[in-house]
Design a protein around this ligand. Sequence first.
Ligand code: URA
Length: 435
Amino acid sequence: MVMVDLIKKKKQGEALTKEEIYFFVEGYTKGNIPDYQASALLMAIYFQKMNQEETAYLTEAMMNSGKAIDLSAIEGIKVDKHSTGGVGDKTTIALGAMVAACGVPVAKMSGRGLGHTGGTIDKLEAFPGFSVELSIEDFINNVNDIKIAVVGQSHDLAPADKTLYALRDVTATVDNLSLIASSIMSKKLAAGADAIVLDVKTGNGAFMKKTEDSFNLAKEMVEIGTRMKRDTIAVITDMEQPLGFAVGNSLEVKEAIDTLKGNGPADFTELCLTLGSYMLLLAKAVKGVEEGREMLQKVIKNGKALETLKTFIERQGGDGTYVHKPELLPKAKHVYYLRANEEGYIHDIHAETVGLSALLLGAGRETKESIIDLAVGIVFKYKVGDEVKVGDSLAEVHYNQEDRLKDAIEKLKSAYSIKKNRPVARPLIHGIVTS
Ligand code: URA
């Protein structure tokens, strides 16, 4: 088999066989295929697309490029949750504790933030001492003992995806449905869960800006999961404005804790209840999503979910007292109040722009090497649809470095649109995709 034939075939719009896809993935990962040929094939795939079968083979080849994790030593049905990423997305912290408190094992691999979206690991590190460096044995033991553990993504988890993603990033071939779906699913499948709930974000702060594209991505991923014999459901959720009120690592942890106490923002609480009820359903802990919702509400009310978070933080070396005293979490030195200079209804708090503003404050990583400031971020006082008067405080900007503030505020201001008429509300949940 020679690479130039594969490129030619795809360029002409023909489907690649399983053997050809494995040849490409294995050859590129081993360094036998040069970047220029891999780039040419990616660009041909970008324009000619892949059918569902090719996408499934690509996923499988990338999944098999490293060591898949064997979670069979964990009792019960393991359900993973994956978010395609958004602004203010602290879901894993609250949802993981809620689902684990219901007795369903949560064995999660999470990542760090890059660009305008945050990462779960960074957020969890707001608890002093917390570490995701667990051996696979400790990871499994923790899930069996306390029903929840979170580790960082190991280097040998779908390594082909890592190399190919880096190449896609510099060849403008990221935004192809099959390439995105296979990239995400290869990692999810290699991470060993029995069932997967996908939170596919849609809107300006999401990877997929258009609802139609988000649904198509969801369908593609559900199809891959089902082919690979994992129960998979996707929930399409809104990312046009930030999720909840808090954006920034410590601030989001505090909001996750508030949610576990039953005092969380309405949208974030609703998202956790929706995703959680599907996780419980796929884990066969409940017969329907309504029952799942009730079970989740119960563990919030009786304090079990909050206690689960504390136990989880302590088990991974963190200071659990912070769960009951979130005021101890890293705190910025200064707060700037962004005030409304016109009255009316908030039409837009542009999520991506908010994420970039938080990045300018130091809450996120501009490059993989950036050191993030866990304390800084933004706390919104109003959401889209709320009415404000001149002088009302729209948001608190928590900052440490004076020289970062001006640009961050300018960016944040540009995220707002306030108009006289009431806006049409966007749904939080746009739809569910099942097999
Ligand atoms: N996230 C991934 O893991 N892969 C993609 O291709 C896009 C987003």
